[in-house]
Design a protein around this ligand. Structure first.
Ligand code: ZN
Length: 387
């Protein structure tokens, strides 16, 4: 790979700058010779957080601080692509085209409202650029390792870079687009940020059954994302059809996996919705995120709910009471052993050899209270298994 160090002024870099509001990215510079956001680049993030970062870029330039190195990739036809520095160039371009203001003497100024001498400082500020030329894989590998600016790439952003192509471009236009009206609806079930590719990552995860990289590799040159999109929509529509009410606890669950496992099971949505509401209100349920999988699975696996267990002092009191009575009657202090016919029939277990059990199972409405607590030997406790 060949590299060459060059110097450009801000005015040169931002000549011909266009900001695409719809896709939230800066497009071109250097009179059209530079592509600021090639398809493997990320969305523009510096405008987030009230634009703190993009304002900071302009303030640095006004104070004549260096902005750090930029990295461009030189294509065989002589055109250039930004490998690193996209966020900084977009900040500069957006400011030069009056997209935001900076404070000066406690007043906000857009670029063209600034005093001429300050405009000149910005336009003439120079940036150092490494221009490199190499094979696609060399460049992409390098792009993954430089990663030098403030916001490191996450795993999906890296995959987008590595498997860039028509598929990624199209997928991003749907799943990485905060102007997509569906995003709000999706965010009830999908956690994360659209711009950081977390919706795209979820959609890929669902369709590929957790084999995101393999899927991207296989579909890299596809010109449509039909399967990705329709699978994602199917999963969301399925959740909405089973549970009519939406809870915060539903956000970020492994809906893709639950869909794979249960979408062929018939459910009565009215009943599922009512049961979910009831469990959400149940003070014994410690893990409310587990409610949906518990219901979909036919209410068998109570571990998903992490039902509140008996505390130590309750267990001790019940152990003492049971043991005293057992000794008086000459039977085992495990009520199930006492009913049997083996030697254990009269065995007095130590407290450590026993554990608490719900007399009436929690799942059948039994409370986690002292009146509903009995101590069983560990063998019987495990055999009963319903805590
Ligand atoms: Zn027993």
């Amino acid at each position: 790979m060949k590299t060459e160090l060059k110097q450009y002024t801000v005015a040169e870099l931002c000549d011909g700058f266009v900001y695409n509001e719809l896709e939230e990215k800066g497009l071109y510079g250097l009179s059209g010779r530079l592509t600021i956001q090639p398809e493997y680049q990320r969305n523009y993030l510096y405008a987030e957080d009230n634009g703190k970062k993009e304002v900071a870029v302009i303030e640095s330039v006004l104070k004549q601080y260096p902005l750090g190195l930029l990295y461009f990739n030189r294509l065989p036809d002589g055109r250039l692509e930004v490998l690193d520095g996209q966020q900084r160039i977009t900040s500069l371009g957006r400011f030069l085209t009056d997209k935001f203001s900076v404070m000066s003497n406690e007043l906000p100024y857009r670029f063209h409202a600034l005093p001429k001498d300050q405009q000149t400082i910005i336009e003439n500020a120079t940036l150092l650029v490494y221009e490199c030329e190499g094979t696609e894989s060399e460049i992409k590998q390098w792009f993954q390792t430089i990663n030098i600016v403030g916001i490191p790439l996450n795993a999906q952003e890296e995959l987008n870079a590595v498997y860039s192509g028509p598929f990624v471009t199209k997928a991003r236009s749907v799943f990485s687009n905060s102007r997509n009206a569906n995003v709000q609806k999706w965010s009830a079930y999908v956690r994360g940020s659209v711009k950081r590719q977390e919706f795209l990552n979820t959609a890929l995860n669902w369709v590929s059954h957790d084999q995101v990289e393999e899927y991207m590799q296989a579909h890299r040159h596809d010109t449509n994302i039909d399967e990705l999109q329709s699978h994602f929509n199917d999963v969301i529509a399925w959740v909405e059809s089973v549970f009519a009410d939406c809870y915060n606890e539903m956000c970020g669950l492994k809906w893709g996996q639950l869909f794979d496992e249960y979408h062929n099971t018939p459910y009565d949505p009215k009943e599922m919705t009512a049961k979910a509401a009831q469990l959400m209100d149940d003070p014994y349920v410690k893990n409310r995120k587990g409610i949906f999988e518990y219901l979909l699975g036919g209410e068998k696996d109570t571990r998903l709910l992490d039902v509140r267990v008996f505390d130590d002092s309750t267990k001790r009191r019940v152990y003492r009471r049971q043991t005293e009575e057992a000794k008086r009657r000459g039977i085992s202090n495990c009520p199930l052993c006492a009913m049997g016919h083996e030697a254990r029939r009269t065995k007095i277990w130590t407290e450590k050899e026993m554990d608490a059990d719900h007399v009436e199972a929690w799942s059948k409405g039994g409370a986690t209270s002292e009146e509903n607590c009995q101590m069983l030997c560990l063998t019987h406790n495990r055999a009963k298994g319903n805590k």
